[in-house]
Design a protein. Structure first.
Length: 145
């Protein structure tokens, strides 16, 4: 299973925020700079993460972004479901596949995808950063506000 770059950026943004002390604010600029990612791309990701309830976003001079939930309450499988546009594995209609009436590939892919997401639901955001937040902070040179 290959995740889209969009989902990758979303997971990275959440990991970044989870490494900060609880309640700490950061910014799209900080996240995109630390990862070397386009600010424009990260803005789109953060807006969606905010609308999905993973981040709180406040505009203005004293604004910034914070985690909306505790890292232990954010399941990675659900984040992937929320950010990925197509979890079907293949697009049978582009171009139209002649095997659609008898194809078993889509069912097999769906079964595999469900197993993947169930496995990813075993992990929380806290699991991804617990015990190595200090290393992540050092690698990305993160400074909390």
């Amino acid at each position: 299973m290959k995740l889209t770059t969009y989902t990758d950026y979303g997971l990275r943004a959440l990991m970044f925020m989870a490494c900060l002390p609880p309640g700490s604010r950061s910014s799209v600029n900080a996240i995109s700079e630390h990862y070397g990612i386009s600010r424009n791309h990260m803005v789109k990701v953060v807006v969606q993460l905010s609308s999905l309830g993973y981040l709180n976003s406040l505009r203005g001079k004293n604004g910034g972004i914070t985690l909306a939930r505790a890292p232990k309450d954010i399941r990675i499988g659900q984040v992937i479901r929320d950010l990925e546009n197509n979890l079907n594995g293949v697009d049978c209609n582009s171009p139209g596949c002649k095997l659609i009436p008898v194809c078993r590939l889509t069912r097999a892919l769906k079964t595999g995808m469900e197993a993947f997401l169930i496995a990813m639901d075993e992990f929380t955001l806290a699991d991804l950063v617990h015990g190595n937040a200090e290393q992540i902070i050092a690698i990305l040179k993160i400074e909390s506000d």
